[in-house]
Design a protein. Structure first.
Ligand code: ADP
Length: 482
């Protein structure tokens, strides 16, 4: 039983602290070999309504009355509990998402880290006093939105639960979580662990099911006071439209086409692993994947050849064999990525990784591909692929690099590789992105670092203290005392 070790009955939602079984179910399959893993509940609008009601009720009970310090203690306890279960969580995630086991283990540790961070931060968010007219005292209060809806994707369930549900609970919201239909086991396991850590009933509810059913019902529910969504631009647009009908705030973390810019003076030995890993991690199914590598002409051939050598050494295979690259999440995703590779048939390929010979034929494997000398306006250099595909783009000057880097509709992450300090400062300001990395990419994922996009990459920030502001609302209190 894949869920053994976690107290989760199959095909159930968690609503008001109770596992409630569903009339209708969906099957989860293992992307590494196409086998069935288990059944999950196919949530309906009625299930979502029950979950929102449970969350609302929790806000009027012990959860709503709890001090910030006590909320923090529960989250910290949950972090400790997760640390004792990282291997079990990683095994679930590897089977459910097809994520190479080492990467799945890192995600489980990150989930614990989010709970530790937000556990510690819960009672450190303060208002301010504002000097005002004679006879007044004015101060601000940071208060929870109320019921927060969290619609998350399948690529990094644990990390995204950590950064959105963790921050929302720290601020005292009550959450309804709708994981992706392709991968929701760790969301259910997380909820079970949260109960074990002492989270009161209804503070976190999980409804599984299809996006167009449970997801749409949650985003349109008038009882939801804030929505956070991570996923595609298309669905993000639907969520924001639904939120507009109820006039509720939305945090959207959508796609990206994130560049790394390599100048002639870069430390190539340091850059090389980042250039490749940022494109192939989680088989490129990462919002902040670096799918564009911009290289100054003087080192272009050297960077291409070294990246090509790294690609040739990549292994692609089942998640539990811990390859460099696992399968894609689904047959549909494989078809989408294959379609992009087909659009690149007019381009030359610098190198491809190899699918291991004994890879199960029902797994969704695709060879990682590095394209050479790609025009910046080519579809492969403009559209998010969400697969292990990177394009190399040569450039001449700093101005060219900035124009190319900023020349897509996205703006999530960017990296600059140069030893020139003044150039580092100029580019950190010139690049359109929510995060800019100098001589690194991703900074190890830091839960402390605010994250989010500009343009079609979305708006709002998760992670760090910034998320706590997003998951709360500000009240100004003005007292006239004469
Ligand atoms: P992807 O294209 O990577 O599968 P999606 O953006 O389609 O990502 O899905 C991300 C999340 O959004 C999932 O939990 C999915 O169920 C949900 N979702 C999909 N369609 C809708 C919709 N119409 N309304 C609300 N949620 C949706």
């Amino acid at each position: 039983m894949p869920l053994s070790g976690f107290a989760i009955p199959s095909a159930s939602h968690l609503i008001a602290g109770e596992w409630t079984s569903a009339a209708s179910t969906l099957t989860l399959t293992n992307p590494s070999d196409g086998t069935d893993i288990t059944s999950i509940a196919r949530g309906t609008a009625a299930d979502v309504d029950a979950a929102v009601t449970a969350a609302k009720t929790a806000l009027t009970g012990p959860w709503g009355q709890m001090t910030a310090t006590e909320r923090g203690r529960i989250l910290s306890r949950l972090g400790q509990l997760i640390l004792t279960r990282t291997e079990d969580l990683a095994q679930l995630e590897a089977r459910d998402v097809g994520k190479p086991i080492t990467q799945a283990r890192a995600d489980a540790v990150a989930l614990a880290r989010y709970m530790e961070f937000y556990g510690g931060a819960a009672d450190k968010i303060m208002g301010e006093t504002i000097p005002y007219l004679q006879g007044y005292t004015v101060y601000t209060l940071r208060e929870p939105h109320g019921v927060t809806g969290h619609i998350i994707p399948w690529n990094y369930p644990m990390q995204i639960i950590g950064r959105s549900v963790g921050a929302a609970l720290a601020m005292g919201n009550a959450c309804v979580l709708k994981p992706a239909e392709e991968a929701c086991l760790t969301a259910l396991a997380f909820a079970a662990l949260a109960q074990e850590a002492g989270l009161p009933a209804g503070a976190l509810n999980v409804v599984t099911g299809l996006g167009a059913e449970a997801g749409a019902a949650l985003s349109a529910h008038p009882g939801v006071n804030h929505l956070s969504f991570t996923g595609s631009v298309g669905v993000g647009t639907l969520i924001q439209t639904a939120a507009a009908q109820n006039v509720v705030p939305v945090t959207l973390e959508l796609g990206g086409k994130s560049p790394q810019i390599v100048f002639d003076d870069a430390d190539l030995d340091r850059a090389l692993p980042f250039l490749v890993n940022a494109g192939i991690q989680n088989a490129g199914q990462t919002c902040s994947a670096s799918s564009r590598i911009l290289v100054q002409r003087g080192v272009y051939a050297k960077v291409r050849d070294r990246m090509a050598a790294a690609y040739t050494a990549l292994t692609v295979g089942p998640a539990l064999t811990d390859p460099s690259v696992g399968p894609l999440i689904s047959a549909r995703q494989k078809q989408i990525v294959a379609g992009f590779l087909d659009q690149g048939r007019d381009l030359s390929i610098a190198a491809q990784g190899k699918i291991v010979e004994n890879a199960p034929s029902a797994g969704h494997y695709i060879a990682p591909t590095l394209f050479d000398n790609v025009p910046p306006n080519h579809p492969l250099a403009q559209q998010e692929i969400f697969g292990p595909v990177q394009v190399l783009i040569p450039f001449d000057t700093e101005e060219d690099a900035v124009a190319i880097a900023n020349g897509t509709e996205f703006g999530l992450v960017a990296a600059v590789w140069t030893r020139d300090g003044a150039r580092q400062m100029r580019l950190s300001k010139a690049l359109h992105a929510g995060q800019v990395f100098i001589n690194n990419y991703g900074a190890g994922g830091g839960v402390e670092l605010p994250f989010g996009g500009t343009g079609k990459s979305g708006h709002g920030r998760e992670k760090g203290f910034e998320a706590l502001y997003g998951f709360s609302t500000l009240k100004t209190v003005a007292t006239w005392h004469g």
